[in-house]
Design a protein around this ligand. Structure first.
Ligand code: ATP
Ligand code: MG
Length: 310
């Protein structure tokens, strides 16, 4: 079992517009609500790869059924901790005319201490029984920046590897707790190290610095340029050439799901990053955000190029 913490659940809406004109009235052709949030994308990817997975996240009464049904249909066991206030809504505005996607992300409800405590306790009790655990994304209101750091430390004491994909103060504090793995993108690693990451070589230098500081594995995802990975001793660059990209939002989440499965299966690190990049890329090739299809992963995996970097 892999336990996924995705506390700041979201009801995502994809708005289909010809073109977005800021400052005017824009009418959407279509609006489809679906369960979202970074942890949910990770969990759905793990399930798509056929591994048992549970997702611990916030839910409200109005959306519990939708989340349980959609996640259950994909093979994810959902542990929804109920909030009195509604979960957030996140908009992805997709322009047909330009292909651009504009995201507007709400912060999430303000939680009382009991609800915050229940999310953390549920995550820790599920994770303690798991092969490994992941923590993804932002947190609802009321959580401190050291929340992920504290969960990482508790899991290390319990002998459970924890993978973290976060940004800002949450990521900075988590790095101090030395998780087994982190997966920043370009902006996130620049914010943590202060170094400019303009190309895969710079990403590798930054990832080596962090790995040398005690994090087991650092994967920096670089969008179309793929991802680099270092365990402090060896390093790899993995990518897929020549792609027809449709919607890359959530690709980092899907990458983390693939990496979690690779680690849980005990694959060599090179094959772990291959599987991660295959999942991230498969997501980018379809319109849906963060709901990757098994047949797309199978189709992309043989096309992943990966080489060791000295
Ligand atoms: N435009 C793209 N073309 C090809 N592959 C892509 C593209 N965007 C993403 N990918 C694949 O997905 C992986 C993760 O993407 P990215 O670096 O954009 O993550 P991210 O910024 O964390 O995304 P998110 O937070 O929205 O999930 C990349 O390492 C790459 O393998
Ligand atoms: Mg990301």
């Amino acid at each position: 079992m892999i336990t996924v913490g995705g506390f700041n659940s979201s009801l995502d809406k994809a708005l289909d517009l010809e073109i977005l004109e800021p400052g005017t009235v824009n009418r959407a052709r279509d609006a489809r609500p679906y369960p979202g949030g970074k942890g949910l994308h990770v969990a759905a990817t793990v399930a798509a790869l056929g591994e048992p997975v549970c997702l611990v996240g916030l839910i409200d009464a109005a959306n519990r059924r939708l989340f349980e049904d959609r996640l259950g249909a994909r093979g994810v066991e959902f542990h929804g901790v109920e909030s009195a206030d509604p979960i957030r809504t996140c908009l992805a505005i997709q322009e047909r005319g330009t292909g651009r996607v504009t995201e507007i992300l709400e912060p999430g409800p303000q939680l009382d201490a009991d609800t915050r405590g229940e999310l953390q306790a549920r995550f820790l009790s599920m994770a303690a029984e798991s092969t490994l655990a992941t923590l993804s994304g932002s947190l609802p209101g009321g959580f401190a920046d050291d929340t992920y750091a504290a969960l990482v430390s508790a899991l290390r004491d319990a002998g459970v590897r924890c993978l973290v994909d976060a940004s800002g103060g949450l990521l900075r504090a988590a790095v101090g707790a030395r998780p087994f793995l982190i997966k920043p993108n370009r902006d996130e690693i620049e914010a943590v190290t202060g170094a400019t990451v303009a190309d895969p070589e710079a990403a590798l230098a930054a990832s080596r610095t962090l790995a040398a500081g005690g994090i087991g594995v650092v994967i920096v995802s670089l969008g179309a340029a793929g991802a680099v990975m270092s365990d402090g001793v060896q390093a790899w660059h993995a990518w897929v050439p020549a792609l027809d990209v449709r919607n890359p939002v959530g690709s980092g989440d899907c990458l983390l799901g693939g990496v979690a499965v690779g680690l849980a299966r005990g694959l060599d690190l090179e094959d772990v990053v291959r599987l991660g990049v295959a999942c991230g890329t498969a997501n980018a090739l379809s319109d849906e955000t963060g709901w990757v299809r098994p047949e797309d992963i199978d189709a992309v995996l043989p096309r992943v190029r990966c080489h060791g970097v000295a």
